[in-house]
Design a protein around this ligand. Structure first.
Ligand SMILES: Cc1ncc(C[n+]2csc(CCOP(=O)(O)OP(=O)(O)O)c2C)c(N)n1
Length: 295
């Protein structure tokens, strides 16, 4: 358990030392395409081992998570509660494996913990748990709540004159929740230019295509009408994602919504653009095929 802020894992099981240990702030010059592939393999391996979990919406979010954790956010894996850290809010909490993959790769906890995904007593539950997992800012489960949390955090940062920023990752099906739009209005009202949300717009949810269940498009004019700065990117072009996140940092007086056009299940041919692998683990043959495609 990590709820007292201490790491209880024996030192020999800790992850490899991180770059830039003099400041503790994570930095890496690693090729990001390689990092993305590795995260996709991590996600599939941990979901396979658990024999349950959400591969589709985890795989679609890889480039956004890597852009944030490897290039954009100020964060210290050795000090998860560092007061000056940027805050990341995983609003689409079922995509916990992509966050666990990044946190493990960055050194927040030993990678061997991935093997405990979804087990009783593991700190890596199917939806994120703020009090037990280093690096997790919000407990999740109910879609629609994360943006409100992010608005509160961004408002607190402004009131205290802090320079840290807040990032939130949403999903398209999640935007059917009315609470998202309440938070969208509040963020505009309070001129939260320290808040950047990313919409993982993969067009597929649990039961099929979002347009067939509740068609929320066009997202761009909706968010603009609600007073947000809107940027659209190919969510699998990591350079576009990084550029958009940098642009958002210089926008004044309003929050930014990055609409990332993505593919559910990205990187694994038989998982792409289908609801079948929204919440299903691969079987041994499927895992083998997927890992070959991601080699
Ligand atoms: C309030 C709420 N209703 C239903 C669910 C069950 N649920 C989990 S994931 C999901 C579909 C999510 O689809 P989407 O938001 O598009 O996510 P992604 O495609 O990125 O995985 C649903 C309905 C939930 N977690 N919370």
């Amino acid at each position: 358990m990590y709820n007292d802020g201490t790491v209880t894992t024996p030192p020999e099981k800790q992850s490899a030392p991180l770059p830039n240990l003099s400041t503790g702030v994570f930095s890496s010059n690693e090729d990001l395409a390689a990092v993305c592939k590795r995260l996709r393999r991590d996600i599939l391996n941990m979901i396979f081992k658990a024999n349950s979990g959400h591969p589709g919406g985890s795989l679609s979010a890889v480039e956004m998570i890597v852009a944030l954790y490897w290039r954009i956010m100020k964060h210290k894996p050795s000090d998860p509660h560092w007061p000056d850290r940027d805050r990341f809010v995983l609003s689409k909490g079922h995509a916990a494996p992509v966050l666990y993959a990044a946190l493990g790769e960055c050194g927040y906890f030993p990678k061997s913990d991935w093997d405990t995904l979804r087990q009783i007593d593991s700190h890596l539950q199917g939806h994120t748990e703020r009090l037990t997992t280093h690096g997790v800012e919000i407990s999740s489960g109910s879609l629609g709540q994360g943006l409100s949390f992010a608005v509160g955090a961004a408002l607190a940062g402004k009131m205290d004159n802090k320079s840290w920023r807040v990032y939130a990752l949403l999903s398209d099906g999640e935007c059917a929740e009315g609470q998202i739009w309440e938070a969208v209005m509040a963020a505009k009202q309070y001129k939260l230019d320290n808040l950047t949300a990313i919409l993982d717009n993969n067009g597929v949810q649990l039961g099929g295509f979002t347009k067939d269940i509740l068609d929320i498009e066009p997202f761009n004019v909706k968010f603009e009408a609600f007073g947000w700065n809107v940027i659209e990117v190919n969510g699998h072009d990591i350079n576009q994602v990084i550029d958009s996140l940098k642009q958002a940092q210089s926008v004044k007086g309003k929050p930014t919504m990055i609409i990332a056009h993505t593919i559910k299940g990205k990187g694994v041919s038989f998982m792409e653009n289908t609801a079948e692998f929204h919440g299903k683990a691969p079987n041994p043959e499927q895992l083998e095929k997927a890992l070959k495609e991601l080699a």
